[in-house]
Design a binder for this molecule. Sequence first.
Ligand SMILES: Nc1ncnc2c1ncn2[C@@H]1O[C@H](COP(=O)(O)OP(=O)(O)OP(=O)(O)O)[C@@H](O)[C@H]1O
Ligand SMILES: [Mg+2]
Length: 264
Amino acid sequence: MKLEISGLRFSYSDREVLDHLDFQVAEGEFVSILGASGCGKSTILKLLTGVLTPENGRISVDGKEIRGMTEHFAYMPQNDLLFPWKTILDNVCLYGRIHGNLESARKEAMENMAAFGLAGYENAYPSALSGGMRQRAAFLRTALCKSEILLLDEPFGALDVITRGEMQDWLLSMREKMNRTVVLVTHDMDEAIYLSDRILILGGRPSNVVCELRPEVPPQGRSRDWLYGQGELRKQIHREIMKDGGGAGGSACPPERKAHGTDL
Ligand SMILES: Nc1ncnc2c1ncn2[C@@H]1O[C@H](COP(=O)(O)OP(=O)(O)OP(=O)(O)O)[C@@H](O)[C@H]1O
Ligand SMILES: [Mg+2]
């Protein structure tokens, strides 16, 4: 198993966020995590990357327990975190610089700038870009990192619906070509259905995985037409998330941020 999480427990001072959290991700698998705002999705990714330390439980990669920060993960945090003093190209090539393959990183970055709507902005600074452009640059930086497991925290949340669709298509084609293991946190049910092998739903207080769903992909593969026909799965996801009043955010979560509609 590529990634195994067992019995994970974490609290922020007096607020228990996660307990008895167990899930596994196979090599090359794409798993999405859905759940109401405040239920602990970003916290899970921060525990994986070592930004936070679990109180209890175990995280393993390829069967070996890991602790603290490791080289296994390429992480795109929920806020874009581009360095304001570096150009877009330098930001996108950050991991290439760290891993000593800057030249090939620059080449790969330049090849992808147009697909990410960033052509002509290579030498601009983040402050000159829109929020959506910054998010695409942060996504490109993460996607170009060669670590085995991609951790994406709402990577397309700030994008308009058309660009979001284009980025999802790009991610889908990349996963088909590159066989990367991906854990995606999202509020967008369609995004989860379109891209995932498995969808994990978080719920309870503190949160754990309350439900696991697997989209049935036809032999000819995923397409937007196939996605539009997934009404039943969408309903099921919505029901699961709403079961305990919109998820683990519960009283800890401001009412205006609770799940509603289709974009949870
Ligand atoms: N640094 C912190 N200190 C104290 N509490 C925190 C901190 N960060 C997050 N929390 C709380 O922990 C809970 C889980 O937060 P987390 O950011 O993991 O939620 P989330 O599921 O990612 O939410 P969203 O969908 O809104 O991004 C929330 O109740 C939040 O208020
Ligand atoms: Mg979050």
